[in-house]
Design a binder for this molecule. Structure first.
Ligand code: TEU
Length: 561
């Protein structure tokens, strides 16, 4: 029997930006509870809640100072219990974000760990200065690693004269997973949440937890003589062991809990090794490969290059084929770390926003795997359109800008890259209606509401049968109804075509054909390379189909047999 989550569609909520119930300008848990009709109407099965735990909010909650409490900004534990109950009453499940590669530097474990004589010292990764260097001086860091958020990955602690490792911000010290006490504390905490009723976990950067010892310098390839070489830190030698242990101790498989591991740089073979049924590790992983398709040769996100559709198709197809027999795919174009897909891969002009948002959805939701809808994606929400650095909140964007402009970068292209790729594009408030703050808050929103909320909003979308929302609803329904959508074999057609994304899904004698025009011009359906369309039925389309040609951003799902 296939696991239940092979039939599920997940909806991701970034609580800060979803709905504010108390007018402080920040979304909260009661705000989510008040909007569950929206999720029921969409038909999703699972909610993944980005971190709502106690946090100093250096990285908006991905820096946790108490794993078993809710931050007052978002509400209380009672509010979380109410959310679980309300979701369960509607037949939906709740997946919590699990951020255990690192804690906040304000977590009591780290506060204790700062004391060299504390038993918690070894819960984090402390190292002396590089031999022959004065501790605390530039270049004295134990290794030359750069952090994912710019600057060195080591922070000097004058009190003990040593450095601690932080692969993300200095307020996110990495836990030492070699220490069994750390692992047990994580398992305990996870069991505590399961007892409370949560149905699974989305595991933040989980392929960073096993470090490769000894920690050594990497090749210098970043500003300030730093090494940005994630291959030094991902997929360490004990990763499989740690994931298996966690699965067993928490009962991920035994209790049929949902689990998805976010894995930086993971390739399809590694993904298979983590998600095959007999691995007993995680249900699926988030790959980053297709999110780097529009990055320059070094894979650096800010080095933006235009999307080349054959490259994206090749990548998605490789994952479809690679996990066809063993393992399972997650399917996503958006999350809280990514810009809006309609602005990135589609065409967010008033003329084509709706059609392109729908066609991106068709393309993604007919693949094999578990689809994720990120809040607002179902409305075709667009990038933020910020033009000055002051409009941004995200530390990744602001630090990149500060570092790149300090080393002589011209601000205009830097701001252009940030406007296209910044994580804040996905974090502007959810657009509920046409009122001044989009119905998100009665106060001052923590991040600016996108001006197009007067047209692009949930109230308008629900009322319009031709909206992006209703297309998502229909796609989700198809997955629930048709076994071929869930488990059919995938085959990519016309791999070299620069405008069309076409594939089939086959199960027994049932065949679906997806044809999608990923361009803002009409494209004739080619005479060869596609199955015959004589007398076949369109199951779901974005336009009124006119046989031989696809309108700009038109997509169709045909039932061939
Ligand atoms: O993301 C991991 C991660 O790789 C991102 O930081 C990524 O580098 C960047 O966003 C893409 O440019 C996870 C969380 O999803 C993210 O929000 C956190 O900031 C990060 O881990 C640290 O916990």
């Amino acid at each position: 029997m296939a696991p239940w989550w092979h039939s599920a569609v997940v909806y991701q909520i970034y609580p800060r930006s979803f709905a504010d119930s108390d007018g402080d300008g920040v979304g909260d848990l009661p705000g989510i509870v008040a909007h569950l009709d929206h999720l029921s109407a969409l038909g999703v099965d699972v909610v993944w809640l980005s971190p709502a735990y106690r946090s100093p909010m250096d990285d908006n909650g991905y820096d946790i100072s108490d794993y078993t409490d809710i931050d007052p900004l978002f509400g209380t534990l009672a509010d979380l219990d109410a959310l679980i109950a309300a979701l369960h009453a509607r037949g939906m499940k709740l997946v919590m974000d699990l951020v255990v590669n690192h804690t906040s530097d304000e977590h009591p474990w780290f506060v204790e760990s700062r004391d060299v004589s504390s038993p918690k010292r070894d819960w984090y990764i402390w190292r002396p200065a590089r031999a022959g260097h004065e501790p605390g001086t530039p270049g004295a860091e134990p290794t030359n690693w750069g952090s994912f958020f710019s600057g060195p990955a080591w922070h000097f602690d004058p009190a003990s004269g040593q450095y601690y490792l932080h692969l993300f911000s200095a307020k996110q010290p990495d836990l030492n997973w070699e220490n069994p006490a750390v692992r047990h504390a994580v398992h305990d905490m996870m069991r505590w949440w399961v007892e409370r009723g949560v149905d699974g976990f989305r595991m933040d950067v989980i392929n960073l937890i096993s470090k490769t010892y000894p920690l050594v310098d990497g090749p210098v390839n970043g500003p300030g003589g730093l090494s940005y070489d994630p291959s030094l830190v991902v997929e360490g030698p004990r990763l499989h062991e740690f994931l298996r242990e966690l699965n067993r101790e928490v009962g991920i498989d035994d209790r049929e809990l949902f689990s998805v591991g976010e894995m930086i740089l993971v390739d399809v073979e590694q993904a298979r090794s983590h998600t095959a049924a007999d691995a007993h590790e995680v249900g699926m992983v988030f790959t980053f490969e297709h999110m780097s398709i529009d990055s320059g040769p070094g894979g650096l996100k800010w080095d933006v290059v235009p999307l080349h559709l054959p490259a994206l198709k090749d990548n998605l197809a490789r994952w479809q084929y690679g996990l066809a027999e063993e393992g399972w795919n997650s399917l996503y174009f958006e999350n809280h770390d990514q810009p809006r897909s309609v602005s990135r891969f589609g065409d967010d002009s008033p003329e084509f926003r709706v059609a392109s948002a729908k066609t991106l959805a068709t393309t993604l939701h007919l693949l094999k795997g578990t689809p994720y809808v990120y809040q607002g994606q179902e409305l075709g929400m667009t990038n933020a359109g910020f033009t000055t650095i002051e409009q941004y909140n995200d530390l990744e964007s602001t630090r990149f800008f500060a570092e790149a402009s300090a080393s002589g970068g011209d601000p205009a292209p830097l701001l252009g890259a940030i406007a296209f790729k910044s994580r804040d594009n996905g974090r502007t408030p959810m657009q509920w209606d046409a009122s001044p703050n989009a119905g998100f808050t009665t106060g001052k929103p923590w991040l600016a509401v996108t001006p197009n909320h007067v047209e692009v909003n949930a109230a308008a979308a629900l009322a319009d049968p031709g909206s992006v929302f209703h297309h998502y609803r229909a796609l989700i329904e198809l997955r629930h109804e048709l076994e071929v959508v869930r488990h059919g074999r995938f085959e990519l057609l016309l791999p070299e075509d620069e405008h069309l994304f076409c594939y089939t899904r086959t199960l027994g004698d049932e065949v679906l054909l997806v044809v999608a025009n990923w361009s803002s011009a009409p494209v004739p359906l080619p005479g060869s390379g596609l199955p015959s369309l004589d007398g076949v039925q369109v199951l779901l389309g974005t336009h009124d189909a006119t046989a031989g040609e696809l309108a700009p951003w038109e997509s169709r799902i045909y039932r061939l047999a």
